[in-house]
Design a protein around this ligand. Structure first.
Ligand code: SF4
Ligand code: SF4
Length: 259
């Protein structure tokens, strides 16, 4: 990993193998996987970048999939040079690995009540990516530690989505991504949150995020788009995959009643 990358750690493949996600990416796993190198990519920008923002902080920066995969691919090339008889396969988000579980097992942070990992330096404002390999590495394999459990995220969540984990259907991250018409209740929740895409309320209120450090990743620092409008070029943005129709629908929610 290079110097602006991340926090990273290692867990054994076995530590998460009973919770693999059944997706097409599963077919890219190396045969006989033994270890997972997990990396956290911090994305928090200096506070001034969020002035007048109407999207979740993770979506203000350029699409992390491109950034993470490029860096992980570079790391894989270096590792393949060192260990030519082994395989190293990068994943980010589109992954069969339960990424938060792998990051927790790798000792990268604690589990928040909002189901996010909270790292010591960057709080929960991190993207997770990983390299799966058939090389046996020295794995951390720690037991899951939990946040301080203050409950502030539970009280602050407008959707009441946090309980025993997060009810993803109720969460505004999912509501702002789904297709079709939104209910009046969903629109009201969006207005309460103030985001056209995603929601940061449970992260922003978390005391364990109070001193989260800003990212040093150049790609994230260089091209922030805090305000999503009808004219925003979606290319290279985390919301591009969902397409213009859903974005325009979300924007229209804030036009109703002049909001
Ligand atoms: S992102 Fe928003 S809606 Fe989702 S759990 Fe957190 S506070 Fe609730
Ligand atoms: S707000 Fe409190 S309960 Fe929620 S994740 Fe942060 S420390 Fe845990």
């Amino acid at each position: 990993m290079d110097s602006v990358s991340p926090l990273w750690g290692i867990c054994s493949f076995d530590s998460v193998s009973d919770r693999l996600i059944d997706c097409r990416a599963k077919g890219r796993l190396p045969e006989n996987p033994r270890s997972i190198i997990v990396a956290c990519f911090p994305y928090l920008l200096p506070e001034k970048e969020y002035k007048n923002s109407n999207v979740s902080k993770y979506a203000v920066v350029t699409d992390y999939h491109d950034v993470a995969v490029k860096r992980l691919q570079n790391a894989c090339s270096g590792l393949a040079d060192l260990y030519p008889s082994n395989r190293f396969v990068p994943f980010a988000d589109n992954s069969p690995i339960p990424e938060v579980s792998a990051a927790l097992a790798s000792g990268l942070g604690v589990l928040g009540k909002n189901s996010l990992i909270i790292t010591e330096k960057y709080g929960s404002y991190v993207f997770i990516g990983e390299i799966v390999t058939n090389l046996e590495l020295d794995a951390h394999d720690s037991a899951v530690s939990e946040c301080i459990g203050c409950g502030k995220c539970i009280s602050a969540c407008p959707s009441r989505a946090i309980g025993n984990g997060v009810d993803t259907e109720k969460c505004l991250s999912a509501i702002t991504q789904k297709k079709g018409e939104l209910s009046e209740k969903e629109k009201a929740l969006m207005k309460e949150c103030g985001c056209v895409w995603g929601c940061d309320i449970c992260q922003d209120i978390c005391p364990m995020n109070k001193n989260a450090a800003a990212t040093t990743i150049e790609e994230f620092l260089s091209a922030p788009i805090p305000l999503l409008t009808e004219n925003t070029d979606l290319v290279g943005r985390a919301y591009a995959w969902r397409g213009r129709k859903v974005i325009d629908r979300n924007l229209s929610v804030f036009k109703e009643n002049n909001l």
